[in-house]
Ligand binder design. Structure first.
Ligand code: ADP
Length: 750
């Protein structure tokens, strides 16, 4: 034996043979890696094929280099050709699969062309000397070589072989520039670099040099193996084929949160996953081959299972979301949601049932809590005295509580499901309140009130009117559940009625007081005139005091009347073009004696340029001027100063009344212009005001679309200012009779 093998192989150390062997080992490792870590897809198969061809080629080269005589060398020389002939074809097939372009070679003709031409070359190589030489092998340090090394058709063969690598290269480069995903890009780049190695190196040592007659050790197999290494690295590094479903599916089944049960056609358990053991406390072996009744004890559930699950699956239908109870080992029932599909073999015959059950206990608890919460809320809402109704995004009423029924005079059953605009009549001063006002103009980012109005009028079907404060709000989550707006209505009809009664009473009382007061004041002034000489000084001063008091009372009565008119909205203004300078001068003249008496320095800062005419109700606006000047004089101690001045700002004429009085505390300012408000504390001493003057003034200025405000500093004084509109028409009306004398009903002017 030893002698024979010694004749075939020369076991003297041969580094070139060792290199070939290394190539084989490396490539075999690659095959292992790709097979164990990659999935069986088409690219993987072609790539493995490519590597196996390298092994074949390597074996031929290794044993050839080791051969002890030309006959053995020639034999091994014939082992390699299938390898080196087909590597190009296989690599191209791999590239096409990698690029998802396999369809390019779908046609039988094209396949025949490339594989057939390979077979053709193999025939030529094996049977002729046209490509590589068979005869006259002689020993060189790295093995055996023919003379000449290559045949006359070698160049054709080379072009044919390289064309596959070049085609792969072109396809990969094009793909490299097109692909966006960075891992694919890097992977493709590695393949491109890998391709250059055998294309440049191997072609030189194994083809061009031998073809020119130079004798060098071939490196093609080693360099092509280097391509294999790079490509394998690219594939594994960037996980081209690493997801292997058969191993991963087992993992998925093991770790999934749902219970997976496979039944055979006899409805006995064939397989359960870990979740089944966890949920139902059975050991897997306890369930193995157990009848389904072990898991479904309840009769109703069993019938449901047979009819709605097995029945459907038998007809090869898929079942989803069937709710029933499964029984755990301790007998407790666990609500589950089951889905399933028939289990088919490769011949499409049904062999069992696959059932997936998800635990619904948490979900049930959640739903239970939600329902309880919802019921609690709707009970609360229907019971509260505030009207609450809800509309969806199309303005259709979806909830209407009892209080709403009362306010709107309509039954919930009659309005739910109808458009709010059609069944509810709500209006404010500007006209009907439409349901669209309740929706936000832009997309909601947080819950918010979209509409809020006090004193809206709600007209019932029978014509009866109610008054209410209305607030509409939207919530962010509303969008997902088609909830439009939640509208809350606070019925203020009763308050409004009371208010009305109060106003009626006040205005009636004031009217009734007016006539006797006028005669009292009339008689008092007659007495004052007639008894001037007959009474002593004390008696005269009593008369004077009685007159002043009755005048103050008359002013109060007038103020009360004004307030009730304002409240009812019956106070109206009639504007006309007015000479503001003149009006101020008249007021100034009226107040001069009072200022003098109180020893207050009173000035009117007459503007240098003539003021434009304004558009005001002379009579009403004089009340404002008188009120402000009166207050200033009233609250400024003797020795102080009151100054009236004017200013033009755009189309508004602003009048300031500045005093050096005690000033107004900051916290009182926001309430200053409200009804009956008086600053409490030291300030009110010495003045018997009613707290109505500023309220009336503000109402009058508002009616002129002007603005009234105050700036004040405690201890320094206050400046009250208000604006009135400048008239566009600058001609005074013909019959401009100047308003003479004091307006006696304003307490301040007396
Ligand atoms: P009245 O003067 O009748 O009390 P007003 O509505 O005119 O009612 O004024 C409301 C309150 O504002 C006054 O009670 C007073 O406390 C305060 N006030 C008004 N004008 C001045 C002023 N010029 N200086 C200080 N306080 C003032």
């Amino acid at each position: 034996m030893m002698t024979i093998s010694a004749q075939i192989f020369d076991f003297a150390f041969n580094p070139y043979a060792m290199l070939s062997l290394m190539g084989i080992v490396v490539v075999l490792i690659l095959v292992y890696l790709i097979q164990s870590r990659g999935i069986q897809n088409s690219a993987n198969k072609w790539f493995t094929g490519f590597l196996m061809l390298l092994v074949l080629w390597g074996c031929g080269e290794f044993f050839g280099r080791l051969s002890a005589n030309p006959t053995a060398a020639a034999f091994w020389g014939n082992i390699s050709p299938p390898g080196w002939i087909f590597v190009g074809v296989f690599f191209l097939m791999f590239t096409l699969a990698y690029l998802d372009k396999e369809s390019l070679l779908d046609s039988v003709n094209r396949k025949l062309l490339i594989f057939g031409s390979g077979v053709f070359w193999l025939f030529i190589v094996w049977n002729t000397n046209l490509v590589s030489s068979h005869g006259a092998l002689h020993k060189v340090p790295w093995g055996w070589e023919g003379v000449p090394q290559t045949g006359p058709y070698f160049t054709f063969f080379l072009v044919w072989l390289e064309s596959f690598f070049i085609a792969s290269l072109v396809l990969l480069i094009r793909y490299y520039f097109k692909v966006k995903e960075s891992n694919k890009k890097k992977q493709t780049l590695l393949l491109i670099i890998g391709l250059f190695i055998p294309l440049l190196g191997g072609t030189v040592t194994d083809a061009i040099l031998p073809n020119l007659g130079y004798s060098v050790p071939g490196t093609a197999i080693l360099l092509t193996s280097a391509l294999g290494v790079l490509a394998t690295y690219a594939i594994l590094r960037y996980k081209l084929f690493v997801i292997n479903p058969s191993t991963h599916f087992a993992n998925i089944v093991k770790t999934m949160n749902e219970a997976l049960i496979v039944l055979n056609m006899g409805e006995a358990v064939e397989f359960t996953n870990d979740t089944v053991s966890r949920l139902f406390s059975f050991k897997p072996e306890e369930l193995k081959q157990a009848r389904i009744q072990t898991l479904i004890k309840n009769e109703t559930d069993l019938t449901l299972f047979e009819n709605k699950f097995i029945g459907k699956l038998k007809q090869k239908e898929i079942v989803s979301n069937l709710e029933l109870n499964l029984t755990a080992k301790d007998g407790s029932e666990i609500p589950v949601n089951i889905s399933g599909a028939p289990l088919l073999d490769s011949g499409n015959n049904q062999v069992g049932y696959v059932m997936i059950a998800s635990d619904m206990r948490e979900m049930k608890k959640l739903v239970y809590n939600l329902v309880a919460e919802r019921n609690k809320l709707s009970v609360t809402l229907s019971g509260i005295t505030e009207g609450v109704f809800v509309v969806d995004k199309d303005g259709i009423i979806s909830f209407f509580n009892e209080a709403s029924e009362q306010i709107f005079g309509a039954k919930a059953s009659a309005v739910i499901g109808k458009k709010a605009d059609e069944v509810l009549q709500i209006s404010d001063a500007d006209g009907p309140v439409k349901v669209e006002y309740f929706f936000p103009k832009e997309k909601l980012s947080k819950d918010m009130v979209t509409y809020s109005r006090n004193g809206v009028r709600i007209t019932q079907p029978d014509g009866k009117a109610n008054f209410a404060n209305l607030i509409a709000a939207n919530i962010v989550e509303g969008e997902g559940i088609n909830l439009g707006a939640i509208v809350t209505i606070h019925d203020v009809s009763k308050e409004k009625e009371l208010e009305e009664m109060k106003l009626d009473f006040v205005s009636m009382a004031a009217h009734e007081l007016r006539t006797p007061l006028t005669s009292i004041r009339g008689y008092l002034s007659v007495l004052q005139e007639e008894l001037k000489t007959k009474l002593n000084e004390d008696q005269l001063s009593f008369l004077e005091k009685a007159f002043i008091s009755s005048t103050q009372l008359a002013a109060l009565v007038e103020n009360l009347l004004s307030v009730s008119r304002i409240e009812r909205g019956s106070l109206q203004i009639q504007t006309q073009v007015t000479d503001w300078e003149r009006l101020l001068e008249e007021s100034y003249t009226n107040f001069e004696p009072q200022a003098h008496e109180r020893q207050v320095k009173f000035t009117y800062d007459k503007p240098k340029e003539k003021l434009p005419y304004v558009l005001v109700d002379k009579f009403r606006i004089s009340e404002v001027v008188s009120n402000l000047i009166g207050n200033a004089l009233n609250y400024t101690p003797s020795g102080g100063q009151v100054e009236v001045s004017t200013e033009i700002k755009e189309d508004q004429l602003i009048t300031h009344v500045k005093d050096t009085g005690p000033g107004i505390p900051e916290q009182a300012i926001p309430k200053l212009f409200t009804k009956f408000f008086r600053v409490s504390g030291v300030l009110e001493q010495g003045s018997k005001g009613t707290g109505l003057g500023l309220y009336i003034s503000k109402s009058i200025v508002d009616m002129h679309k002007g603005r009234i405000w105050v700036e004040s500093k405690i201890g320094k004084g206050s400046t009250f200012s208000f604006s009135v509109p400048v008239s566009k028409d600058q001609t005074l009306p013909q019959m401009a009779i100047p308003q003479k004398g004091k307006r006696m009903f304003l307490r301040k002017s007396s």
